[in-house]
Design a protein around this ligand. Structure first.
Ligand code: SAH
Ligand code: SF4
Ligand code: F3S
Length: 480
């Protein structure tokens, strides 16, 4: 596999394809007497969401508009995730449903992209059992989408295009239509080199490649000018960011915090093997960097961590936790945990419960181990029986629920700045948003405080009145 850097010039054929498609869809729309629509369903992580924002950007340039919710679009696109098995079941279920849609509207276009398309078995299954899917491509080729769509329409037969290259197509040369007003997703690197033995991402996203720091900072400046309050710097392991000119993540984080107008900088994910004291110090000393650290531990047993190819010990992990808690006392810590990795014993699992207690995670994403064919762990002996996994998973969940509730409870009585994400219940006029520490807040606006228009993306002071298991209730004190 090689890495190819895509330049602005390489995008000229893409622009030509966009112009051709715009004409094509406009004449189709005239024929059927209504505007043509598209829809994108996005699965998986924020990197996939960010990819979808690029697809939205390209559809917009083709003159298409998004189908209203609940209506079947003329072009249906599924941006898939392969990280766990249930995602696959969902995709094939959905494709079955679209068969009926295609019968009704023979011009309907069905496209499947995303990480699942890097797994050969999935592509073979689409070729064999879902011939009515028009186009299949992989995440490395997002920037080429208009060319692939045009070619598939010309071909009038299923087009499957999976690359064997890793492209570095900097975000600055790809159109983007952002889907949220309150948070802009900004990938700083693509791919992953870590090969944790359970994980498929290094196979679907290819080798690590970092964007130039200058390009990221330019993007942030533009976002600040457009009024975005929050940016989220994205990568599978942001701490291993290293641009061609040698810039590191701490340097990028500091430079990001100096950009005018950006009030909140989030980043995700951090790998315990790479996060440095410097990053924690920068978090502590820069007011516009979030006080939330997402630091996946995966499990609480050194023996299993080795088998997972996660090169750190629980002692080291807890050392990072201690430094973070000391440096950012008002902050929050979240994690990812897998239950039932091959060979996990009751003792290993007790270790996981122990690390959860000691770290006192504010939030956690907990997963049951899912076999990913092609990964090292898939062929490891001693796969844990599913009833054992389910039982352990429930014990973990109940411990973490207690901790999350306690973390929410500790906020009650305080007033903090909340970035408003939208309305959470129209009937009761309840709005939702998040604190700097990523706590989810649902709040009301008392009579007497007037506001106009859409509140998404505005900052407000909210007083926290009571805690729930997964959120905190509050009342707005005033807009900022
Ligand atoms: N790069 C990120 C994680 C990306 S995947 C990181 O390392 O922090 C998000 C999470 O999915 C992982 O942290 C892991 O907990 C979970 N995951 C990955 N592969 C899995 C598998 N095969 N089964 C269950 N959970 C898995
Ligand atoms: Fe997967 Fe590990 Fe890479 Fe995260 S760091 S994406 S868990 S291989
Ligand atoms: Fe899924 Fe791909 Fe993200 S496998 S978690 S969408 S990188």
């Amino acid at each position: 596999m090689s890495i190819i850097k895509v330049t602005g010039n390489d995008m000229l054929p893409v622009k030509e394809a966009v112009i051709e498609l715009k004409e094509y869809f406009s004449s189709k729309s005239a024929d059927c007497g209504r505007p043509l629509t598209f829809s994108i369903r996005t699965y998986g992580c924020q990197l996939n969401e960010s990819d979808s924002e690029k697809l939205y950007g390209m559809f917009d340039l083709m003159g298409l508009s998004e189908a209203p919710e609940g209506e079947t679009a003329d072009i249906v696109m599924l941006n898939t995730c392969a990280v766990r098995e249930n995602a696959e079941d969902r995709l094939f279920g959905n494709l079955g449903v679209f068969k009926a849609g295609k019968k009704e509207n023979r011009d309907m276009i069905i496209i499947v992209c995303g990480c699942m398309m890097k797994v050969k078995e999935n592509v073979d299954r689409i070729k064999k059992s879902f011939p009515y899917v028009d186009l299949v491509f992989d995440p490395q080729q997002i920037h080429l989408f208009p060319v692939l769509l045009r070619d598939s329409l010309r071909k009038k037969k299923q087009l499957v295009n999976i690359s064997s290259e890793d492209y570095i197509a900097d975000d600055s040369i790809i159109p983007v239509t952002r889907q949220r007003k309150f948070r802009a997703l900004v990938p700083i690197m693509y791919g992953c080199n870590n090969f944790c033995t359970y994980c498929i991402v290094p196979y679907t996203r290819g080798r690590e490649r970092s964007r130039d720091m200058g390009s990221v900072i330019e993007e942030l400046k533009a976002l600040g000018q457009q009024g975005y309050k929050e940016v989220m710097l994205l990568g599978q392991n942001v701490n291993s960011y290293r641009s061609e000119d040698g810039s590191t993540f701490p340097e990028l984080l500091k430079a990001s915090s100096e950009v005018d107008g950006i009030e909140r900088i989030r980043f995700m994910s951090s790998h315990p093997k790479d996060i440095s004291d410097e990053v924690i110090d920068i978090m502590a000393s820069h007011k516009n960097i979030e006080t939330h650290l997402h630091l996946p531990v995966q499990c609480g047993s050194d023996r299993l961590l080795k088998k997972m190819n996660r090169p750190y010990t629980i002692e080291k992990y807890l050392g990072i936790v201690e430094r973070f808690r000391k440096a950012v006392p008002e902050g929050s810590l979240s994690t990812d945990i897998i239950v039932g990795f091959p060979g996990e014993t009751e003792e290993d699992f007790e270790g996981t419960l122990d690390v959860v207690r000691k770290a006192a995670f504010d939030f956690a994403f907990t997963f049951q181990y899912s076999v990913r064919p092609g990964t090292k762990a898939a062929s490891m002996p001693d796969q844990v029986p599913s009833d054992v996994v389910t039982e352990r998973f429930q014990r973990l969940l109940s411990l973490q629920n207690d901790l999350t509730y306690k973390s929410n409870l500790a906020k009650v009585g305080k007033t903090e700045e909340v970035l408003i994400e939208g309305i959470s219940s129209t009937a009761d006029h309840i709005f939702s948003g998040r604190t700097m520490s990523n706590h989810l807040i649902n709040f009301t606006i008392p009579e007497g405080i007037s506001f106009e228009g859409d509140l998404e993306g505005r900052l407000a002071n909210v007083k926290f009145t009571s805690a729930r298991p997964y959120s905190i209730d509050g009342e707005l004190e005033g807009f900022l």
